[in-house]
Design a binder for this molecule. Structure first.
Ligand SMILES: Nc1nc2c(c(=O)[nH]1)N[C@H]1C(S)=C(S)[C@@H](COP(=O)(O)OP(=O)(O)OC[C@H]3O[C@@H](n4cnc5c(=O)[nH]c(N)nc54)[C@H](O)[C@@H]3O)O[C@H]1N2
Ligand SMILES: Nc1nc2c(c(=O)[nH]1)N[C@H]1C(S)=C(S)[C@@H](COP(=O)(O)OP(=O)(O)OC[C@H]3O[C@@H](n4cnc5c(=O)[nH]c(N)nc54)[C@H](O)[C@@H]3O)O[C@H]1N2
Ligand SMILES: [Mo]
Length: 567
């Protein structure tokens, strides 16, 4: 994220695309509301009418899977109506002329993309003019941009709009990919990526590799590792025994619930020789585990989390953990030691300081500074007290590229990999809901939250589709895709368009990942969770279906060792 979350309150225009802050990040949502109260204009682009869409100045109910067409149409208007910042483009960017020529093609005129994007051409023109009208336009996006086979290219297309209008490099402007979990930014910062060491240093860079080899007294491979989403392929389809995966050590992840195409994930987990799961609960993946390591949860250990705006924050231990549980770092030390590499640290600060000594971007972010300054935002390169970190990136529009400039790249639209067909006539997008968290280990056993929403979840459908299928609000329905099927409850709502359906991926019984496709973005290797084709079937015997759901739910809970108390 180039800016800091609090800056959103001083935005003049917020461009919100594929991101549902009121559900996913209520604290960010509050900043958006405060900005609006101060006069900020909001553009919201989402196929479903979200609460942000409801308070938006311009709400654009885009047809799912057409982000790039829309973004190129926005660029078309900016270029052809000459709304761009020529001075900024000349001083701080490269590649604009070629890019402008591409996006100015007739096929990107709002009138030309209106049919495919389901948008009104005038609304697109109004949105482009509003975006370009301010130097405090802040863009925020989420999974509605990234969870597509064309995710990365759409991120770049969003960035182009900010570059073209001079919306980079000063206070309350720039781009905000709003990240997922409290510490997903931290996992990337700390090198939990197949191509990076901590601090975004390349594993293919010899100098960097030698630095880590020297610090750890080991030799390290010079090739890029495998992304998570390639595991099924390397277990089920890899002919070369040297390249097959035989062991899978899973820390704080529940692929048997959160990965796409669960029937294939189950085949994968069953076929691997060794599965180790390290978690704070017995999750669905634990059913396939040979070994389970019980770890401590937040509040039971000291830690540092990075927020999505690059902010390291200290988190402290409040209570003693359950007997038998160890912190994640202690379990890792014991594993390393057992495997022949004695690893010892006295506390988390020692680990943190070692990391700082190896990562120039984070070198100055000491525990002390984090406490004094309510967190430290990287880059923070100097140990001296003067360097308190970086609130926003690219100050003065100096970019972190070799030539210091922002580069324009043009991409044509590529549709989602699986589209509606006569057999599967509806599109399925999978999203989040406010009362439950990802794989639901952390929220599923709380009665208050269960009162808000419970198994088997629901599928949001347009009233016209419900009527055509003879399904009423609240009915149990069967949802089927090429990969599998699941059972869930119909939620009739005119917030979604005809032909489009939405499920949340929080449910164990109504698990939408039985249906989703493992089509990946070639650059980020992120699955296309936001688009596949499905069909919804009416269930005639509702009473039997209710009994089946209850039985399935109880069986899963029993396997997970959850005591079911009737109240
Ligand atoms: N309560 C709660 N909060 C959470 C989570 C949770 O499980 N529960 N999960 C956390 C995690 S891991 C993450 S990554 C974040 C994610 O937070 P968000 O990015 O907000 O997540 P989603 O709800 O998956 O998707 C956002 C929006 O994209 C829209 N969308 C779908 N298809 C398209 C499309 O083609 N174009 C456009 N423009 N939009 C589209 C959806 O309608 C949805 O409103 O939330 C985090 N916060
Ligand atoms: N269909 C569909 N699927 C999706 C998505 C979608 O939009 N649609 N979104 C995707 C996204 S963005 C994400 S991030 C993933 C999330 O999916 P996951 O990462 O699988 O789910 P989480 O619930 O975030 O947590 C994973 C596990 O971490 C455990 N855990 C929590 N704290 C700790 C800890 O301190 N230590 C250890 N060792 N374990 C801990 C939890 O109990 C849980 O079992 O799902 C993805 N899957
Ligand atoms: Mo996420």
């Amino acid at each position: 994220m180039s800016f800091s979350v609090p800056e959103l309150e001083d935005a003049e225009v917020i461009f919100d695309i594929g991101y549902n802050a009121p559900v996913s990040h209520p604290l960010v949502a509050r900043r958006i509301v405060r900005a609006k109260k101060k006069g900020c204009k909001i553009i919201c682009v989402d196929p479903r009418l979200t609460e942000t869409g409801r308070i938006a100045t311009i709400y654009l109910p885009i047809k799912g899977g057409t982000n790039m067409l829309f973004l190129n149409a926005m660029a078309y208007v900016m270029v052809t109506e000459d709304l761009v910042d020529h001075d900024f483009i000349e001083k701080h960017t490269t590649g604009f002329a070629d890019y402008a020529k591409e996006v100015a093609q007739d096929k990107y005129a709002p009138e030309a993309v209106a049919a495919a994007t389901h948008l009104d051409a005038d609304d697109i023109r109004r949105a482009a003019r509003l975006f370009a009208s301010s130097k405090h336009t802040m863009s925020i996006w989420g999974m509605g941009i990234t969870q597509f086979s064309q995710g990365v290219e759409c991120v770049i297309a969003c960035s182009n709009l900010s570059l073209m209008t001079g919306n980079y490099g000063h206070y309350a402007t720039g781009v905000g990919p709003v990240r997922g979990q409290n510490n997903v930014q931290g996992t990337c910062d700390m090198g939990v990526l197949p191509n990076k060491y901590p601090g975004y240093q390349d594993v293919t860079d010899d100098e960097v590799r030698h630095k880590f080899e020297k610090a750890w007294g080991v030799s390290l491979p010079s090739h890029v590792g495998l992304p998570l989403t390639y595991v099924p392929d390397k277990v089920l389809r890899e002919p070369d025994p040297q390249k097959q995966i035989h062991a899978y050590y899973i820390i704080g992840e529940d692929p048997a619930q959160s990965d796409p195409d669960l029937p294939e994930i189950r085949r994968t987990l069953s076929a691997i020789d060794l599965v180790i799961v390290q978690d704070i609960f017995f999750n669905k993946t634990c059913e396939y585990a040979d070994v389970v390591f019980p770890a401590t949860a937040w509040g039971e250990h000291n830690a540092v989390y990075s927020a999505c705006d690059r902010r390291f924050q200290r988190v402290r231990k409040l209570i003693e953990p359950q007997p038998g549980c160890k912190t994640d770092w202690k379990i890792l030390c014991l594993m390393a030691t057992a495997m022949g590499y004695p690893m010892h640290y006295d506390n988390t600060e020692q680990i943190w300081d070692e990391m700082r000594s190896l990562c120039p971007k984070f070198a100055g972010a000491s525990y002390e500074k984090m406490v004094e300054n309510h967190g430290v935002q990287w880059p923070c390169t100097e140990d001296s007290p003067d360097d308190t970190g970086t609130q926003y990136l690219h100050e003065g529009a100096h970019f972190a590229t070799a030539d210091g400039k922002g580069h324009f790249y043009y991409y044509p639209w590529t549709p989602a990999k699986e589209l509606e067909s006569p057999e599967y006539p509806l599109s399925l997008s999978t999203v989040r809901e406010v009362g439950h968290y990802s794989v639901r280990t952390m929220t599923g056993n709380c009665r208050l939250l269960a009162d808000l929403a419970d198994e088997p979840g629901y599928i949001q459908m347009n009233p016209e589709d419900c009527q055509e299928l003879g399904i009423a609000n609240g009915d149990l329905v069967r949802v089927v895709s090429k990969r599998g099927h699941t059972i869930t409850r119909c939620q009739e709502t005119d917030r979604v368009s005809k032909g489009a359906t939405y499920m949340t991926y929080q449910w164990w019984v109504g698990a939408c990942n039985e249906l989703t496709s493992a089509a990946l973005d070639p650059k980020s290797h992120t699955p296309e969770f936001k688009y596949c084709a499905c069909r919804v079937e009416k269930i005639d015997d509702q009473k039997q279906a209710e009994r089946d759901v209850k039985a399935q739910y109880e069986a899963i809970r029993a396997r997970m060792g959850i005591e079911v108390k009737e109240v």
